[in-house]
Design a protein. Structure first.
Length: 261
């Protein structure tokens, strides 16, 4: 029996939300490990740039698809188009618009739920159907907001990310004996373009309670710093590899110790 390894040579990995932030860091990590990539995002320009950067770095074959994950018809068409089936599916795409609860309308709520939660159902259906008896690896990206809703104006986001954890556990129970390993990542305090944008909006509003929330968050971090997207990507790489062959149905926090503090 060969020793477990992080080498992903010959493995095909699909990453959603791959145009920036954690998704792009995942693409770089898996490419460096030898994987062939399929990158999915609604941001066409961002995807093209990510693919160009990977190609310039001499990484393995990369292809991309512009896809609105909130649209089930587009997701179904993507899986129905055929082509090489990935060995690993990473559902990383997500949105987090800030909206006070009493100002939420159905359109805003539907968009958050469709992108952050419902899309996982349709992406995983397509993946499991395509893989069949071959099995595969599924990694769903949740958030520390699933455990502790510490920011105002994020009720819809927190609800969607809590759903991701329940979805992961249910899928793991149903498909573990069919050859699929299913786990969740729970990032928190990661410095990405998205979180930076949220921080700027908070400072622009100059609301003391929101600024204090950010201050309190930093004080609670045992490591005393924000995380890097690459630090989440490294854990995803582990979960997809055969080093994690007996890790199933769980959620791993990558949060600098925030949830344990």
């Amino acid at each position: 029996m060969s020793a477990p390894t992080l080498d992903m040579t010959g493995q095909r990995v699909l990453i959603s939300g791959a145009s920036s932030g954690i998704g792009r860091a995942m693409a770089a990590a898996f490419a460096s490990a030898g994987a062939e990539l399929v990158l999915v995002d609604i941001d066409e320009r961002g995807l093209e740039l990510a693919c160009t950067q990977l190609a310039d770095a001499g990484c393995a074959t990369t292809r991309h698809a512009v896809l609105d994950l909130a649209d089930k018809a587009q997701v179904d068409a993507f899986w129905g188009a055929g082509g090489s089936v990935p060995d690993t599916l990473i559902n990383n795409a997500g949105i987090y618009p800030m909206r006070r609860f009493m100002e939420l309308d159905k359109a805003a709520l539907d968009r958050v739920m469709q992108v952050n939660l419902e899309s996982l159902f349709w992406m995983c259906q397509g993946f499991i159907r395509a893989r069949g008896k071959l099995g595969g690896v599924i990694i769903n990206v949740s958030s520390i907001e699933a455990y502790t809703a510490f920011k105002r104006e994020m009720v819809a986001y927190s609800t969607s990310k809590t759903g991701v954890l329940g979805f992961t556990r249910g899928l793991a129970k149903e498909f573990g004996r069919k050859g699929f390993r299913v786990n969740a990542l729970v990032p928190g305090g990661i410095r990405t373009p998205g979180t930076t944008s949220v921080a700027k909006r908070v400072m622009t509003k100059a609301e003391f309670s929101l600024i204090k929330t950010g201050w309190d968050f930093m004080q609670r971090l045992p490591l005393g710093r924000m995380g890097k997207p690459e630090e989440v990507a490294n854990v995803a790489l582990f979960l997809a590899s055969d080093l994690a062959s007996y890790v199933h149905g769980t959620a791993i926090a990558v949060d600098g110790g925030f949830l344990s503090a």
